[in-house]
Design a protein around this ligand. Structure first.
Ligand code: NSS
Length: 433
């Protein structure tokens, strides 16, 4: 038998009445009725009711059961029985029970406020809701890796300590680097660009850091960034990579994590349409027109904020692209559209309810234009010397993108707030736990 003879709660639910089983885990619920003690055991796979009763359990098992407080760790052995009142209709009638780690007065009892729960995040992450999210997150990360592997991308490892901004100076975290200033990476993009000259198609999953000015339900200060870069790829090619990746991961979650979605009260029908590509595409210009028709006071050249993105999302039930943003509201590295030099060959992928989950573009591969754009963004070309070398030595058309892993998980799992897509979110006023 696997796991030293211990079964997961899920496996016990599949056994016939009368079968014997050993289980282990943590006390999720507890009720003492005197001659009977009910314990709901929680393990990574689910929950199972255990019953110690004067009727069929040895006396010391009943006594031990009284020590099994909420969140104590226990090992138990007994006989499977059906009982319609038990969760899942199955219970284990105990013959053996041992409290391995006591738990006196577990600090989370239900009904606490968000600040208290965040202070106790290390304990709160045991909750059933968050456990479902970690399980979905695992499948998502594996699906991303599978997708890139199947498409012949090389996985690479970029640095986190960097010396220049990728996405604008306003959100840079400074680090003291032996007396010099260094920054925590906002994006691995520039390093991935350097790596395509030998590997052509690369991807990386790494932490990105943004000192965001405002607190919102979709911004983290530290998040996981899935980024890819492809030599010889133009904007349209890259958009196909993005939609295939998102469709693949979504399909994987629907194939493997239906129970978790159900636990999170998410209807799979909401996600089904995203399995099919291509996703709809509109230009930035069309998006502005549409928003004006919806009553927004917005004009060409304005950034799309959370409200605007939400309003656009109302028209779709799948992820959708917005393309061809004005060059000056986008990052310095984006390629200028040869049809219209005011525009960038840039795209965002948005999902209904959450907004932007991917930002990508074709990259400016012309040395002179790149220098000009760096200056236009009030950056100093001297800070980008090594990056400019990539345009001096064998420059090649190329494109890439970055996907915010927690934004994607927020959408897939139907979370109200991005903090619940990551076990230990970092906050401005709280680096604890
Ligand atoms: O700033 S991005 O839009 N684009 C880049 O960083 C590119 N340099 C990526 C690339 O082409 N290699 O960020 C990409 C995505 C964005 O769409 C969000 O999904 C996510 O990263 N993102 C965030 N997630 C959580 N919290 C914060 N603060 C955040 N900022 C961006």
């Amino acid at each position: 038998m696997p796991r030293d003879g211990y079964l997961y709660t899920r496996e016990v639910h599949g056994l016939e009445p009368g079968a014997r089983a050993r289980v282990r885990g943590w006390v999720y619920r507890y009720r003492d009725l005197g001659s009977k003690v009910f314990i709901v055991l929680r393990d990574p796979e689910g929950i199972l009711q255990l019953v110690a009763s004067a009727e069929y359990s040895p006396r010391e098992v009943l006594e031990e059961a009284r020590r099994a407080d909420i969140e104590a760790s226990i090992v138990a052995e007994g006989v499977v029985a059906r009982d319609p009142r038990a969760p899942g209709g199955v219970e284990l009638r105990l013959e053996k029970l041992r409290v391995v780690g006591e738990s006196r007065d577990f600090p989370i009892k239900g009904g606490e406020g968000i600040d208290y729960l965040l202070d106790n995040r290390h304990l709160w992450i045991r909750s059933r809701k968050l456990t479902q999210v970690w399980r979905i997150r695992h499948t998502v990360l594996r699906a991303f890796r599978e997708y890139f592997e199947s498409r012949g991308f090389w996985e690479v490892s970029p640095p986190i300590l960097t010396q220049a901004a990728v996405e604008g100076g306003a959100t840079l975290f400074k680090v003291d680097f032996f007396g010099d200033v260094a920054y925590l990476s906002q994006s691995a993009q520039l390093y991935l660009e350097a790596l395509i000259f030998s590997l052509e198609r690369v991807w990386a999953l790494s932490p990105s850091f943004r000192a965001e000015r405002s607190r919102t339900r979709r911004h983290l200060y530290e998040y996981w960034h899935l980024e890819a870069e492809e030599a010889w790829a133009h904007m349209e090619d890259e958009m196909r990579t993005v939609e295939e990746l998102v469709a693949y991961a979504t399909k994987r979650v629907l194939d493997e994590r239906l129970e978790e979605l159900e636990q999170l009260r998410q209807k799979p029908e909401r996600l089904e349409p995203a399995k099919k590509t291509p996703y709809p595409r509109i230009t930035y210009e069309e998006a502005i027109e549409r928003l004006r028709k919806k009553g927004f006071d917005i004009s060409y050249g304005d950034d799309l904020g959370a409200d605007e993105e939400r309003a656009l999302g109302e028209d779709y039930e799948t992820p959708f692209f917005i393309t061809h943003f004005p060059l000056r509201i986008k990052a310095f590295y984006m390629k200028e559209d040869p049809q219209d030099p005011e525009k960038a060959l840039a795209f965002d992928l948005l999902v209904p309810g959450v907004g932007e989950i991917v930002g990508g573009s074709e990259r400016e591969d012309d040395y002179e234009k790149l220098v000009q754009h760096i200056k236009m963004h009030n950056l100093d070309p001297r800070d980008y010397e090594w990056y400019l070398d990539l345009r001096r030595y064998g420059s090649v058309p190329h494109s890439g993108f970055g996907l915010g892993v927690e934004r994607y998980i927020m959408w897939i799992a139907g979370l109200d707030h991005i903090r619940d897509a990551i076990p230990f979110p970092r906050f401005r006023d709280r680096l604890y736990p």
